[in-house]
Write a protein that binds this ligand. Structure first.
Ligand SMILES: [Zn+2]
Length: 124
């Protein structure tokens, strides 16, 4: 193999060894560079869609509870949330309720705080 002073490298796309022509060459060929970035972008987009779907589902569950006048004080149990498909751990942000020193777990404009083992659903 011709040696231009650069050590052979492993192409991140196919895992094959190749002789680079330039010092900053990462992939064995432009096609593998393109395919590698398309593949990693597709994986990133898929993860983002999964996360966004969880967030939007959680938001609609909290909104439905917030609008349901049959639920006293907008308070439900953890099992109620789980039974309605709520996915714990998918939030948009957190905050503090200064009045009773409780953490508020937010999903967009909705959220909840824990009161006596119940989840009180709030709207901003
Ligand atoms: Zn390659």
């Amino acid at each position: 193999m011709e040696n231009n002073g650069l050590e052979s490298r492993i192409c991140p796309f196919d895992g094959e060894s190749f002789q680079p022509k330039r010092i900053n060459q990462i992939f064995c060929c432009p096609k593998h560079q393109e395919l590698y970035y398309n593949r990693t972008r597709a994986i990133r987009n898929k993860r983002a869609k999964f996360y966004i779907n969880k967030i939007m589902n959680n938001r609609s569950i909290l909104r439905a509870i917030n609008r349901d006048k049959r639920i006293p004080d907008n308070e439900v149990s953890q099992s109620y949330l789980k039974d309605h498909g709520y996915s714990f751990g998918y939030l948009t942000h957190m905050g503090d309720d200064k009045t009773d020193n409780a953490k508020i777990y937010r999903v967009c404009e909705y959220g909840y705080k824990m009161i006596n083992n119940k989840y009180q659903i709030l709207k901003k």
